[in-house]
Design a protein around this ligand. Structure first.
Ligand code: GLY
Length: 410
């Protein structure tokens, strides 16, 4: 499947289950405790909290997300691994006081294994179990039982395929406060020899989380309480680039010999092609084992991934009216652009290269998020002005360094 087919198939599946398909909300969040929209559920917070009635009982979408600051921050990993992004699409389905754990988990399984054909024996589920004093709620026996039935029906051992996790991995919160609840993740073993089950939640690219089913049951308040919500809700989040990347890497689950990477998904190809054109270098699909000991090709590939990711982040954020600046979320954006420019210099790219990446970003994401297409010129102008000013600062710093070095040598 192409990335576009994955996205459409997800939406079609949930539409067939009675979900209303809604547009992505802006990357500028309405919740005051967030820097950026960091999950599909953000736009639905008032419905979960019962502050406003939901206009539908079920919804699904693909949501633009940025995780670069606040509770969910992946910035420093981007480039050095193959499955974290600052910008990504989250595919999600929601129940507002309608279906709950059974349907949510069974539909997740149906889409993954029956519609898309993911091999069941490579999938692992996690459920919430408090591990220390003060952890909210109780062992999620209900989710465990649903998974037990599913794995048994596949002829797989539930004891092996279901794992438990504490608050860190299996209790999802959008920020320090707000709607939250126990969650059940689905992880996929991508190892050649199917030994990756032991790597669930171990931070390995060979076994990654692909989908999270959150059961929104509580509101976390400022004083640290978890207040039960009046209605039980479902909030799920699937990593679109992760699934598309797995399909691309494994050629639709037929070849598990290659290092897995989200960046093998076709959404990144036009951006990589433009970087190659400008730098004369090619993306080598390497996966660094140790970020402190990178080979020349690994260094090259880290830079390719950083540039592709950051170009998507800057373009989508600016299209939603978030501009690089000196404070808060605006400063985070400025830092991301500067990080990209620094990595671009490692590829010997000429000044102004980053602005050139706006075109392939709009080409790949514009059909999904029309605001990007509409704001294309503004995005280009803002990126150009920010890039030019940082280039000047860097050049001035370099000249000053050379002047001092020459003096010391004399
Ligand atoms: N809200 C579900 C997730 O981000 O994983």
């Amino acid at each position: 499947m192409t990335s576009a087919e994955v996205r459409q198939s997800f939406l079609d599946f949930f539409q067939s289950k009675g979900h209303t398909i809604v547009p992505s909300s802006s990357l500028l969040p309405s919740s005051p405790n967030l820097l950026f929209t960091n999950a599909g559920m953000n736009q639905f917070v008032p419905y979960f909290l019962g502050e406003r009635p939901a206009p539908f009982n079920r919804a699904a979408d693909t949501q633009k997300c940025i995780r670069a600051g606040g509770k969910h921050n992946d910035l420093e990993d981007v480039g050095f691994d193959t499955y974290h992004h600052t910008f990504f699409e989250m595919l999600g389905n929601w129940s507002f006081g309608d279906y709950f754990k059974k349907e949510a988990l069974e539909w997740s399984w149906e889409l993954l294994t029956k519609v898309w054909g993911l091999p069941a024996d490579r999938l692992y589920a996690t459920v919430y179990k408090p591990v220390k004093q003060g952890d909210p709620s109780v062992f999620d026996e209900e989710a465990w039982k649903v998974w037990e039935k599913i794995f048994k029906a596949e002829g797989l051992d539930p004891q092996k395929h279901i794992k438990t996790g504490g608050k860190k991995d299996n209790f999802w919160m959008m920020g320090e406060t707000g709607p939250c609840g126990p969650c059940s993740e689905i992880h996929m073993d991508l190892t050649p020899d199917k030994t990756g089950g032991a790597l669930v939640n171990a931070g390995s690219p060979w076994c990654i989380e692909i989908w999270n089913d959150v059961f929104m049951q509580f509101n976390a308040t400022e004083d640290g309480q978890f207040v039960p919500l009046k209605k039980h809700n479902v909030d799920t989040g699937m990593g679109f680039e992760r699934v598309a990347g797995i399909m691309a890497t494994t050629e639709n689950f037929t070849n598990f010999t290659r290092p897995p990477s989200n960046y093998n998904a076709d959404v990144f190809a036009p951006i990589f092609a433009r970087i190659s054109e400008m730098s004369g270098k090619t993306y080598g699909r390497t996966m660094p084992a140790d970020r402190n000991k990178l080979s020349p090709q690994e260094k090259n590939d880290v830079a390719f991934r950083v540039l592709a990711d950051h170009a998507r982040t800057l373009s989508c954020a600016i299209a939603d009216g978030i501009l690089p600046g000196n404070e808060g979320r605006n400063y985070v954006l400025r830092r991301i652009l500067r990080r990209a420019v620094m990595f671009g210099r490692r590829l010997d790219l000429a000044p102004g290269f980053f602005t050139e990446l706006v075109t392939p970003v709009v080409q790949t994401l514009g059909p999904v998020f029309p605001e990007l297409k509409m704001q294309e010129e503004t995005v280009r102008k803002v990126v150009r002005s920010e890039e030019t000013s940082f280039d000047r600062t860097l050049d001035r710093g370099l000249q000053e360094f050379e002047r001092i070095a020459a003096k010391l040598e004399a």
